[in-house]
Write a new protein. Structure first.
Length: 602
């Protein structure tokens, strides 16, 4: 059955595999070049399982040169119409696709209101006529019976920068019922130390307290204690997860240990793999019949959140940790593993489950986790990592971290910026910064410079690196913290996603920070009080092209460790400036004299 919507925008076709549902549509135009298509599907007889359905339309490939969605990572290339597209669900990615040109101007961006259920989104080139065949596929995975399904497709054709459109999509999601993001404590925006790359599972209270002393001294405000605190098995499996009892051999007195870290002035967060119950845990026998599936390679099962006792068990564990140990936050991992084999879809309340839908049960679990922990500690920190970063995940967490990319600062740059584009005020964190102890200070600094527009997490053994490494970390962590209002809360403009964001800027009021990751000219056409340019290239200079009324500025150049290399006055107007900024260095320009009064030549 097909239903056709005729609008000034593209013709949209809705295709379903049976006629068990009546389809109604309506159209709304909230502003010029933006349209909302509202879809309502009603079961003809009481409740029914909705059939596989697809919303489709065509977009001419005119002045479109690249594609962005939350899972493109380093490949912003076009898709093909017969390809697989990408999947979105409550704990994976987000339902949005943006098509834009080489200037970064939006040409067609579409987003969907259903961020809960599994969807497949496509925007693939159709070879026959060089158009994009766009579609959103619904109900490809079995769904519980329902009476009504409602959703909205938002299409945006405004000729504005692609990042402005994505920001507006994020704001639109925030207005939808049940999408209100969690509050973000100020601590979430401050640098943190993580144990994962530096220790993996080989942890001890004494060693972590030592690292906290050093981390605090260079600017970290929290520690995230990752996998290993709950087991003396260091084989990196999950066979011992599920009980979440402290390994006494590593942490003889957890409460005292947390008190010691608090005494150093740092917050304390603990890692939990939410869905897993290990075959070697005491909880295994209790929950082995309340699983979605068993992961033999992981030696663990995936708990079924549709059981109220499963949800209560997990929430009680987290509440107890916050109350008894006074921890400040949780790193909740692997929540995207809550997926269900098809044969279990119809298991409902009669088997002890109070939900039929796994996504709805996950929503209830994670919402209750945040609500009940905030009742104990209002400024609780909850971290999720890519790819569980969609608009609903912002309800349950206030920190999103880039997915694992150890020692790969280019990947870290791409992932943190991809996250920033859809995260609103949710704190976006870098993957943990690590580097070899034999690395140069410049290259160590580049790890931070490439994650400049996120909150840095550090994961190296601070007592095993060179003093220059510490100087570089100290300087750049101080830079990030001192400029966080611009870097994290200013107007972000990441240029050329298809080229992996070679130039990124952020501005707030009359201050602007530019990070340069390729040999490009920094063009400045608007007056500023303070301009900072970070050299994230391997070169030894930065070229600035200005078109401004003449004014006198103080220009300071620093190296990767924050040492001042030069300080001079310079006139800036309609001119070209070549500044000798070393690799991983920075130049800052501060206006000294009002525009039109400059008289000192460089």
């Amino acid at each position: 059955m097909k239903s056709l919507i005729n609008t000034p925008f593209p013709d949209i076709v809705i295709t379903t595999k049976n006629d068990g549902f009546e389809i109604e549509t309506s159209t709304e135009y909230p502003e010029e070049h933006v349209v909302l298509f509202h879809l309502r599907m009603t079961a003809r007889k009481g409740k029914a399982c909705p059939p596989a359905s697809r919303i489709e339309w065509s977009q001419p490939s005119v002045d479109i040169h690249s594609l962005w969605h939350p899972g493109t990572d380093r490949n912003k290339a076009f898709h093909i119409d017969w390809g697989d597209g990408f999947s979105s669900r409550i704990t994976s990615l987000a339902p949005v696709v943006s098509l834009f040109n080489l200037e970064g101007r939006n040409r067609a961006t579409f987003a969907f209101s259903d961020a809960l259920n599994h969807l497949t989104l496509k925007a693939g080139i159709h070879e026959e006529d060089s158009s994009f065949l766009c579609s959103i596929s619904l109900f490809e995975e079995p769904m519980p019976e329902l009476e009504v399904y409602e959703a909205t497709l938002r299409l945006d054709y405004r000729d504005v920068p692609y990042y402005e459109v994505l920001n507006d999509v994020t704001a639109w999601w925030e207005t939808l019922p049940g999408f209100r993001p969690a509050a973000v404590p100020s601590t979430a925006y401050r640098p943190m130390y993580s144990t994962w790359y530096s220790f993996h599972q080989d942890l001890s209270a004494a060693e972590l307290e030592r690292q906290c002393q050093l981390a605090k001294a260079i600017g970290c405000e929290s520690i995230i204690v990752d996998d290993g605190w709950q087991t003396d098995d260091n084989s990196r499996g999950y066979g011992y997860t599920g009980d979440w009892e402290v390994c006494a051999a590593k942490f003889p007195d957890m409460k005292k240990h947390v008190e010691t870290v608090h005494g150093l002035g740092m917050k304390y967060m603990l890692w939990y793999s939410v869905p897993f119950v290990g075959v070697h845990s005491k909880a295994w026998n209790r929950f082995k019949d309340k699983l979605l599936l068993t992961e033999e390679k992981l030696n663990a099962g995936v708990l079924d959140p549709r059981f109220p006792e499963v949800r209560e068990y997990l929430i009680n564990i987290y509440e107890r940790a916050v109350r008894e140990w006074d921890i400040d936050g949780l790193k909740l991992d692997f929540v995207d593993s809550f997926r269900m084999p098809d044969e279990f879809i119809r298991q409902g309340a009669s088997e002890g489950r109070d939900y039929r839908s796994v996504p709805e049960a996950v929503d209830r679990l994670l919402f209750d986790v945040m609500s009940r922990l905030r009742a104990i500690k209002p400024d609780i920190l909850i971290e999720f990592r890519q790819t569980y970063i969609g608009p609903l995940m912002r309800k349950y967490g206030n920190m999103f971290r880039a997915n694992d990319c150890p020692n790969d600062f280019i990947q870290n740059r791409v992932r943190t910026l991809d996250l920033r584009l859809l995260s609103g005020n949710t704190a976006v964190h870098s993957d943990m910064i690590m580097f070899h102890s034999g690395e140069t200070a410049e290259n160590a600094a580049m790890q931070l410079i490439n994650a400049l527009f996120s909150v840095p997490q550090i994961s190296v053994r601070l007592d095993e690196i060179e003093s220059e490494h510490l100087d570089a970390l100290r300087f750049w962590l101080s830079f990030c913290a001192g400029h966080s209002d611009v870097l994290l809360h200013g107007e972000l403009a990441p240029q050329s996603p298809e080229l992996l964001y070679p130039l990124v800027s952020a501005r707030k009021d009359d201050r602007r920070i530019v990070a340069l990751y390729a040999n490009m000219v920094v063009e400045i056409a608007e007056a500023f009080r303070e301009l900072t340019i970070v050299n994230g290239t391997p070169g030894d200079h930065v070229i600035i092209k200005t078109k401004l009324p003449p004014a006198l500025y103080e220009m300071e150049i620093k190296d990767c460790c924050g040492r001042t290399l030069s300080l001079q006055s310079i006139e800036i107007g309609d001119n070209l400036i070549e500044a000798a900024v070393p690799k991983a260095g920075v130049v800052r320009l501060i206006r000294k004299i009002a525009e039109g009064q400059a008289h000192v030549k460089p």
